[in-house]
Design a protein around this ligand. Structure first.
Ligand SMILES: [Zn+2]
Ligand SMILES: [Zn+2]
Length: 377
């Protein structure tokens, strides 16, 4: 009779949702662009992981590879499903990929523009590859910050604040537990049916309170309010929420930084070729003799050209520039189109580094499939 057989594996089993939750603490889904489809595309959050394949693109050959390597989760930068699928008959590569994944119980998870839009994400990886310093997000995202103002009886302030900080409030750049406090008097008159923590029904009460202000990422609103209501001693918590016009400089598109020493522009193009492992760069006239300030964006970054010019970059490195967009360099800077795949190829390493720090027990594989659909003759 077996009563209890502790299998070692059951104690260290990791589920898909553990991986997703962890990755999304770095790259919250709220930071993806409106058009995007980051997240779990096929599969079940509660499935235990056998092995993971990390890839830039999830195509049929990557599903075949997952089957061969006994992996049941594919983490892909680009979502295989971008628009709605109305049929699943295998008429095109998207439908075939999804069908194969579902048939073989393979989960596909995409971590796309949310990984592009964080300061330690895709673009930092490229900047690191090129040896840039003084990194800043090129175009910080709007409307990512909220402010909570609340009123706490003095003896409860520390406790409530520690719960709010735990939930993620009060982080500004490299500082945490940031808040502003002002002492004052709160007044209230509990009426019928109230059960006040302090005072009595029908009597005006005056309480020594702290007015506290704290900033937080907008996507944490429900978590922060939940923490406030749980920790605050009052039956009715007084608070205000404000949306801030302030920019969070750790969230947004593209990146800008400096080379430690200026580099001759032709030498710099060669440097890009070596460091981004590419044989070809399409670029505009080398109107700058030397390169010092470099703007970049992994993938399709032409929408950021104005920002790169505005911040006086000598060169803007990205992919997917169209013919007419090259004219927009307009003697302000050099556009260097290194290719979409080439610019984002180190995203696989980024995902690997994040996961290997935390999940040492899981088999992590880089895809061996070259998913770049573009060849150079
Ligand atoms: Zn990207
Ligand atoms: Zn991309």
């Amino acid at each position: 009779m077996i009563i209890f057989e502790p299998s070692q594996s059951s104690t260290i089993m990791t589920k898909i949702k553990d991986i997703i939750e962890y990755l999304e603490t770095f790259a919250p889904p709220a930071y993806q662009e409106d058009y995007d489809n980051s997240g779990l595309i096929t599969g079940d959050h509660n499935t235990e992981i056998k092995g993971i394949i990390i890839t830039l693109d999830c195509i049929e050959a990557v599903i075949d590879e997952a089957i061969r390597k006994n992996c049941n989760l594919i983490i892909s930068h680009h979502p295989i499903v971008f628009r709605g699928l109305k049929k699943l008959t295998g008429q095109n590569y998207i439908e075939r990929t999804v069908i194969q994944a579902i048939k073989h119980d393979i989960a596909i998870y995409a971590i796309h523009t949310n990984l592009d839009n964080i300061s330690m994400g895709v673009n930092k990886k490229i900047a690191g590859q090129l040896g840039l310093t003084n990194l800043k997000v090129l175009r910080p995202k709007n409307d990512t910050l909220n402010k909570l103002t609340t009123f706490i009886p003095k003896e409860n302030t520390e406790d409530v604040m520690s719960k709010l900080h735990e939930a993620g409030a009060g982080v500004i750049g490299n500082y945490k537990n940031c808040s502003f406090r002002l002492e004052g008097t709160g007044t209230f008159l509990p009426v019928e049916n109230a059960s006040p923590t302090i005072g009595n029904v029908g009597q005006l009460e005056k309480v020594n309170e702290d007015r506290v202000e704290v900033i937080f990422p907008a996507y944490l609103k429900n978590k922060i309010l939940d923490a406030l209501f749980k920790a605050h001693p009052y039956e009715e918590v007084a608070y205000y929420l404000h949306q801030l016009a302030n920019l969070d400089h750790n969230v947004g598109s593209g990146m800008i930084g400096d080379l430690a020493e200026p580099m001759d522009s032709r030498d710099f193009l060669n440097h890009i070729k070596v460091r981004l492992n590419t044989s070809m760069i399409r670029h505009t006239a080398l109107i700058k003799k030397e390169i010092k300030k470099v703007a970049l964006c992994g993938g399709s970054g032409s929408f950021l050209l104005r920002d790169a010019i505005g911040q006086l970059a000598d060169i803007f490195i990205s992919g997917d520039f169209k013919y007419h967009e090259f004219f927009d360099a307009d003697n302000h800077l050099i556009i260097a189109d290194v290719g979409h795949f080439e610019s984002e190829q180190y995203t696989k390493e980024l995902i690997y580094e994040l996961l290997s720090e935390k999940f040492a027990n899981i088999a992590l594989h880089f895809t061996e499939v070259n998913t770049n659909p573009i060849f150079y003759a």
